[in-house]
Ligand binder design. Structure first.
Ligand code: GCU
Length: 609
């Protein structure tokens, strides 16, 4: 065999090995309903800005060495005076799930690699499958179990997991994760965002135990074109026929036994007899049970329809006004990613108090628990991927990344009644390449889930006193939705907004995805003094007066529910690395503008619905 053939053969072998190592399993639906061991808690960690635990001193990955060892993932202890320059047992700990920035002053601004290590006991059973699951890790994660690589994942806000059945051992196991939140131009999001780059294992980590063939995915929703029918599918992990699946929705009079086809899949369509439809006023959820190979899985699913018709948005066939507010995944009171259901309930309760029936979960996929809470509390949701601002439109890997994150978001949340809108991005600058990139994402949404609306925060510009909305991306979308900051970034004093008008080139429902201005909570002055609560209050009054002139207006999500941290906000007194557009301050105090919007939402119920 010539050296060239030997090289080629070697490449092929490595390729197959990589496929196995990186065999990230297809996303599982409703992981928390499965038998699982939580790995949440205190994990030891090592800060590694130069990635000493991954590369040797010639910047070669230890993984590529003949032994594949030498990295921190070996979790080595020095013996007999051996030189080992790390020790997890003697290292400090971080809470998981949580970002690292909010857990230590030395990590507030940290961008780079941190190694996490956790030890746990297991007793793997024959005939079972074991998935190591991460709710999210921001931004790039390399995962090792008992010193062996199980795979890597990119994307800071979507779940991922690996089949570790062949690496799990009886008794003590150790899992090591390299998480790197370094911002990079060609990633999703890119290097330029207006939110804190919270790094780490920010959502649940768990080890799931499953039958050898398990219920991998399912969709159970009202049919798009005929709400008299419930339709969907179940996909088993094994693509084999004749697998028995039982689905019971007792309160809907549904109890069925099904068999998979040769792809391990079964599609179904049942008459929806006298269902109580889900709505914000009556967020009715049905108990759904799915049974296969001895696994019994419980979910709670609401049934409703969402559609656009001319200028109207129809919920269950009736026109609705999206009384919304934008929300970041951050607890203002204890700065950091929302840490659990209590944090999430607090945010959504504030939205309910504001009079909302709708929230924009900006600018990236939020925690799955947030969507399940929205189902329960009766809030419609605009869900979004972080295709934000100046993305590398011509890079194929960047598009693949965006498409993967969008697909994973839809896979995860497609059974949530609260999700009404899939958003493919925010304020992306006009170009042919951007239009192509975004139009493909819009098409992907329609192929993957035709039952919901697809939208984006479009580009707008001004000509004199006219706000022009003619971003042709709207032609691929269901809403004419855009951000505008009259009275803050342009237009002079808010009182001048009365002289502005809108020229919206699309015959679609108009949803204002952002407007607002900063106010330092507790700073009071006259309504013409920027940064005061009075200025923000006046801005909301004048904005609402201006926006009501738009006859196709069918909703809004002003920016934003609470102050949030951003590395772009340097004013030492008014900002101090906080974006102050919140209607509540970082102490949870309502600013005067909160009551302006709350009053408007009381009125709008009658006017538009
Ligand atoms: C933009 C952007 C937000 C940002 C806001 C602001 O429209 O979408 O992410 O925080 O404006 O400038 O406060």
């Amino acid at each position: 065999m010539t050296s060239a053939n030997r090289y080629m053969a070697c490449c092929i072998v490595i390729w197959f090995m990589m496929q196995h190592v990186y065999a990230q399993t297809k996303l599982i639906q409703h992981i928390k309903a499965r038998t699982h061991l939580s790995l949440n808690g205190r994990w030891n960690y090592i800060i590694d800005p130069y990635e000493m635990g991954f590369y040797d001193y010639r910047r070669e990955p230890f993984e590529n060495s003949a032994s594949g060892t030498g990295g921190f993932y070996d979790n080595k202890k020095a013996v007999d005076n051996e030189l080992v320059e790390y020790d997890f047992d003697l290292s400090p700990t971080l809470n998981v799930p949580a970002d690292w920035n909010s857990q230590s002053d030395q990590l507030t601004f940290y961008e780079g690699t941190i190694w996490y290590r956790n030890k746990f006991n297991a007793s793997p059973q024959a005939g079972k499958k074991y998935l190591l699951y991460f709710g999210a890790a921001n931004y790039e994660a390399h995962v090792y179990l008992n010193g062996k690589k199980v795979g890597m994942h990119k994307g800071g806000f979507t779940p991922f997991h690996f089949d570790v059945t062949d690496k799990l051992q009886e008794g003590e196991n150790f899992v090591v994760v390299k998480v790197d939140n370094t911002r990079k131009k060609d990633e999703i999001p890119t290097i330029n965002t207006d939110w804190w780059n919270y790094g780490g294992l920010t959502r649940d980590v768990l080890l799931a135990e499953l039958p050898s063939s398990y219920i991998q995915d399912y969709k159970i929703q009202l049919a798009k074109d005929d709400p008299q029918w419930i339709e969907g599918y179940v996909q088993m992990s094994d693509s084999t026929s004749n697998q028995s699946i039982e689905i019971n929705i007792t309160d809907a009079g549904i109890k069925t036994s099904l068999k998979t086809d040769a792809h391990g899949r079964v599609n179904f369509r049942w008459p929806a007899k006298k269902l109580t439809l889900w709505s914000p006023e009556n967020p009715h959820l049905y108990d759904v049970t799915l049974i296969a190979h001895g696994e019994e899985l419980q979910d709670r699913i609401g049934f409703r329809t969402i559609a656009v018709q001319g200028h109207d948005i129809l919920l269950n066939g009736k026109s609705i006004f999206f009384r919304g507010i934008s929300i970041h995944d951050e607890n203002p009171l204890i700065p950091g990613r929302l840490r659990g259901e209590g944090d999430m309930r607090m945010m959504l309760q504030w939205a309910k108090e504001l009079g909302c029936n709708y929230v924009r979960l900006a600018h990236y996929p939020h925690n799955e628990s947030m969507l399940r809470l929205a189902d329960e509390m009766g809030l419609l949701v605009w869900a979004e991927v972080p295709v934000y601002w100046t993305i590398s439109w011509t890079n194929p890997q960047t598009f693949q990344n965006a498409s993967q994150q969008l697909g994973d978001l839809i896979t995860r949340d497609k059974n949530r009644a609260s999700v009404a809108v899939w958003s493919i991005g925010n304020e992306t600058p006009l170009s042919d390449e951007r239009l192509d990139f975004m139009t493909k994402l819009a098409k992907q949404v329609r192929q993957q889930d035709s039952t919901r609306l697809v939208a984006a925060a479009l580009e707008v510009h001004r000509e004199g006193k006219t706000v022009i909305v003619n971003d042709v991306l709207a032609n691929a979308l269901d809403l004419a939705s855009f951000n505008e900051y009259g009275g803050w970034y342009w237009g002079g004093d808010p009182s001048e907004l009365a002289s502005y008008s809108f020229d919206i080139a699309f015959d679609k429902p108009v949803v204002i995805t952002e407007f607002g201005g900063d106010a330092l909570g507790g700073f009071h002055a006259d309504e013409h003094t920027r940064w005061s609560e009075e200025y923000q209050e006046a801005l909301y009054k004048h904005q609402l007066a201006m926006l009501q002139k738009i006859d196709k207006l069918r909703g809004m999500t002003p920016w934003i529910l609470t102050d949030f941290r951003s590395p772009r906000r340097q004013h030492p007194h008014f900002q101090d690395f906080w974006n102050r557009k919140g209607l509540l301050s970082e102490t949870g105090k309502k600013k005067k503008a909160f009551y302006v919007l709350q009053d408007f939402y009381r009125q709008v119920k009658t006017k538009y619905e």
